[in-house]
Write a protein that binds this ligand. Structure first.
Ligand SMILES: Cc1cc2nc3c(=O)[nH]c(=O)nc-3n(C[C@H](O)[C@H](O)[C@H](O)COP(=O)(O)O)c2cc1C
Length: 205
């Protein structure tokens, strides 16, 4: 698919067909994720992959109230059909360590040096490559957040290394004609370029 078509077609898909996903596509998405840029080439990311019905079920059990699981709303019902769940994680420690190496020299590992939490940024960039690979392969995907009160349950259920933080979660699967619960774009339009682009000087207050 042409790159521009991939970008234009990308939507968060919240309703999936039962059809399984070719494991080769998941492998390609993960390989592409590791081609994301990373600060200092730290690559402080990791990806928990759940691609069996039993493991996907464990995801929803760990992150959902039993009552909601018993009678899922449209969002949950559509999402739970996704045959693949990927949890991108970031390691702040990996970045602090990497930037303490001689070529960077931040040996005190002081977090105040960091202009932004690059560890989360890099995991987000990797996540976008997963989403774009899904579109290129004719699939759909959705990135969404993990409720903070579920963080511990997720870590415990899947044995996530304590040095890593899940930054969110991605469902992958075949799209249905109805891509699922309407996201924000159904209620609010994309902002015009003139509202978000400021050339030479911030304008439009
Ligand atoms: C960091 C982040 C968190 C998001 N969290 C959720 C979420 O919890 N539930 C959900 O349905 N969609 C979630 N989304 C998807 C957004 O709602 C969606 O990207 C936005 O409405 C624009 O729609 P589009 O991606 O289909 O163009 C999230 C997206 C991002 C980037």
């Amino acid at each position: 698919m042409e790159f521009q078509d991939v970008v234009d077609r990308r939507r968060m898909v919240r309703n999936y067909a039962e059809q399984p996903v070719d494991p080769a596509i998941v492998d390609r998405a993960l390989r592409n994720a590791t081609h994301a840029p990373s600060a200092g080439f730290s690559q402080g990311w990791a990806f928990l992959v759940l691609d069996t019905p039993a493991d996907v079920r464990r995801w929803w059990q760990a992150t959902t109230e039993p009552s909601a699981l018993a009678s899922p709303d449209d969002w949950l019902a559509g999402m739970m059909r996704a045959p693949v769940v990927i949890v991108p994680c970031s390691s702040k420690a990996a970045y602090l360590r990497r930037y303490a190496e001689p070529d960077k020299g931040w040996v005190d590992e002081d977090e105040a040096r960091w202009p932004m939490p690059f560890w989360h940024m890099d995991a987000a960039m990797a996540s976008l490559l997963i989403l774009l690979t899904a579109v290129d392969a004719g699939l759909g995907g959705c990135f969404f957040g993990i409720p903070p009160e579920r963080d511990q349950a997720v870590r415990a259920e899947f044995g996530i290394d304590p040095g890593f933080d899940p930054v969110g979660v991605i469902t992958l699967g075949h799209r249905t004609p109805d891509t699922g619960a309407a996201g924000s774009p159904a209620r609010r339009g994309r902002k015009p370029l003139d509202d978000v682009v400021h050339r030479g000087h911030w304008s439009g207050h």
